[in-house]
Design a protein around this ligand. Structure first.
Ligand SMILES: CC(C)(COP(=O)(O)OP(=O)(O)OC[C@H]1O[C@@H](n2cnc3c(N)ncnc32)[C@H](O)[C@@H]1OP(=O)(O)O)[C@@H](O)C(=O)NCCC(=O)NCCS
Length: 178
């Protein structure tokens, strides 16, 4: 399905326990070594640094992203858009939203690892201000693929990017549920 998407049609809110089954569905179609429900539950309940968000269209989760906020650094742990919704600018919107929220938490830079073969994601990251800063050799356990480490500077200006402001927050209080 090609999703004709207008910016008013998606909303963001903090991930909750009830979201995990759907998140794991997307995770499994997106990654060769997907996180389990338990891994997400741990992030939500046991990791004080973790902040996870879902992107919702007509009540259905179509993407999500998460990060650890460690003082002034935001470490993105995962970001994915449901396969049928890719190519509509939603991955970019999701990342803008993570960046905006990271700035809100006091981060001034953001980092992530990406498979060296994942050119789609790398293009998105470069477009969003990330630059390569090194390689973690054999980082991915399934095929020992290297990870490219990327960093972006964050700024208030970027956090005010209108692409990050579409739809209401659906009651998101900026708090991780507990
Ligand atoms: C990476 C991912 C989140 C991108 O989401 P998306 O909604 O498809 O991306 P967007 O439509 O917002 O595209 C944003 C940019 O990404 C890049 N991009 C997206 N699709 C692309 C494609 N098929 N080929 C090349 N570049 C592409 C482009 O730079 C694009 O900007 P442009 O349209 O101005 O050229 C999505 O492909 C995904 O979930 N992939 C599987 C999980 C994954 O790899 N996550 C990243 C792990 S590090």
């Amino acid at each position: 399905m090609t999703a004709a998407m207008s910016k008013e049609q998606v909303r963001f809110r903090a991930m909750t326990l009830e979201d995990i089954a759907r998140i794991v569905e997307i995770e499994q179609e997106a990654f060769t070594t997907p996180w389990t429900s338990e891994a997400f539950r741990n992030e939500l309940f046991n990791n004080m640094f973790a902040r996870y968000y879902v992107m919702v269209h007509e009540g259905r989760i179509i993407g999500y992203g998460g990060m650890w906020i460690i003082i002034d650094e935001a470490h993105v742990t995962n970001i994915a858009v449901s396969a049928e919704w890719r190519g509509n600018g939603l991955g970019e919107r999701l990342l803008v939203e993570l960046q905006r929220r990271a700035v809100g938490f006091g981060a001034n830079k953001m980092t992530l690892e990406v498979r060296v073969s994942n050119e789609v994601a790398q293009r998105l990251y470069r477009k969003m201000g990330f630059e390569p800063s090194g390689i973690r050799p054999g980082y991915y356990s399934d095929n020992q693929e290297d990870a490219l480490i990327m960093w972006a500077e964050l700024s208030e200006e970027r956090s005010n990017d209108p692409r990050g402001h579409f739809g209401e927050d659906d009651g998101d209080t900026e708090e991780q549920q507990s």
